[in-house]
Design a protein. Structure first.
Length: 372
């Protein structure tokens, strides 16, 4: 029987672990956190992503489906006006619930899970057929073998902070709010009956005036700025702090018996809500390659082109949010239209299929305002 060692018990590591059990690997996972401790709030998946989990492990798929909350709309709040765009079906789940479902399935399948195991020297895990670095954006495995993976990291210019709230959001809500010279952008969505994720993003200029605030002062300010949307509910902190988005790129995905997955391998800006999806799809792609008798080179060859297209869309969306100020002259409808097509994953036709009424209203606006 082959032996796989996985560093990191996040979505990528745990999903790969349960899939490898089906290929008759002995699998051990090392995770520094205790079993029920994690950062963050909710994560989202598209319908297509969830559907792809069914074939490889129906039991995991069924357990996941029971925990998902689904919605249809993207709501954009700009200049105080709410515009709903229909046909954007997504599902949300608390990160901690996703990890619980994954851990439970791993245990059922006989994966050995080591919690509270902070690995400081990844070379101690190398004695195996496959060593997987699923240890997140600050991956130690990637760092330790940087000469082999040749990573490049870069920071986005905006700052963002990730909160939760009991304010009742429905679908994904993007709120743009100007206060004096400051510009605040909130990405919020419901992921359980009681809780929503509430990420606030600010540009460099705004940050230059916020940077001296304490964590508490900053939170109070955001509660004032978004008082209407939060409806008096506080922002809930879970180790929340302002950070810059780290873009991760690796020249080489694998080396010898080692491979990187998920955020250790690549990151996708949170504005397209796909980090967890991509991490788990990496695991799926690796499982599929190994199942079909391929090696790590075959995994990279099959997965890389598809992934690059997605990452390009994520970079475009990130840039869009970093330069929103340039579009603040736009009226409500064109601004919302631009917001929807920002990553170029949606175009006029696909948007029309999702919400013909919204596109018709936008076209009517264009016809009204176009010079003769
Ligand atoms: C603000 C924000 C919002 C986001 N929103 C979404 C969203 O809506 N939808 C979505 O799909 N994704 C979202 N993401 C992205 C998502 O959180 C990540 O992309 C996803 O968790 C990646 O999974 P992973 O398994 O690769 O890494 P991680 O989830 O980071 O897991 C890595 C694990 O490795 C462990 N680890 C690291 N180093 C060691 C070590 N030395 N020893 C032992 N254990 C170690 C860590 O404790 C961690 O549990 C968001 C991210 C951010 C920052």
């Amino acid at each position: 029987m082959k032996k796989a060692h996985i560093l990191g018990g996040g979505p990528a590591g745990l999903y790969l672990a349960l899939l490898l059990r089906q290929l008759d690997y002995r699998v051990e996972v090392w995770e520094r956190n205790p079993r029920d401790n994690t950062f963050g709030w909710g994560v989202v998946f598209s319908d297509a992503t969830v559907a792809a989990f069914e074939e490889p492990d129906p039991a995991f798929y069924a357990a996941l489906k029971r925990s998902l909350r689904t919605w249809e709309n993207v709501d954009i709040i700009y200049r105080g006006t709410l515009t709903s765009v229909a046909g954007n079906r997504f599902s949300g789940i608390a990160r901690i619930e996703l990890l619980r479902v994954l851990q439970e399935r791993c245990s059922q399948l006989g994966v050995v899970l080591h919690f509270g195991a902070d690995i400081t020297d990844p070379s101690s895990l190398r004695d195996c057929d496959l060593l997987v670095g699923a240890d997140g954006v600050h991956s130690l495995l990637r760092q330790h073998y940087a000469a082999l993976f040749q990573p490049q990291l870069s920071l986005g210019s905006n700052r963002y902070i990730w909160y939760g709230t009991r304010a009742p959001f429905g679908g994904l809500t993007l709120t743009f709010r100007q206060r004096g010279r400051d510009l605040f952008m909130a990405h919020s969505y419901k992921y359980s009956e009681e809780l929503s994720t509430f990420i606030v993003e600010v540009d460099q200029d705004t940050w230059s005036r916020l940077r001296t605030l304490t964590e508490e002062q900053g939170r109070e300010l955001l509660e004032q700025v978004f008082a209407t949307e939060l409806r008096g509910e506080p922002l809930l902190s879970n180790n929340s702090r302002w950070i810059q988005f780290t873009q991760v790129h690796n020249e080489h995905w694998w080396a010898e018996n080692m491979v990187l997955l998920g955020d250790a391998l690549h990151t996708a800006h949170f504005s397209i809500g796909s980090g967890t999806k991509l991490a788990m799809e990496d695991a799926l792609a690796l499982w599929r390659t190994l199942r079909d008798g391929g090696d790590l080179a075959a995994f990279e060859a099959a997965r890389r082109p598809k992934l690059e297209r997605f990452l390009e869309a994520a970079r475009t969306s990130q840039k869009w949010f970093e330069t929103v100020r340039e579009r603040l002259e736009l009226e409500v409808l064109p601004f919302c239209y631009q917001t929807m097509i920002r990553s170029s994953r949606l175009d006029d036709d696909s948007l029309r299929r999702r919400d013909p009424d919204f596109v018709a209203r936008y076209e009517a606006y264009q016809a009204r305002t176009m010079p003769p």
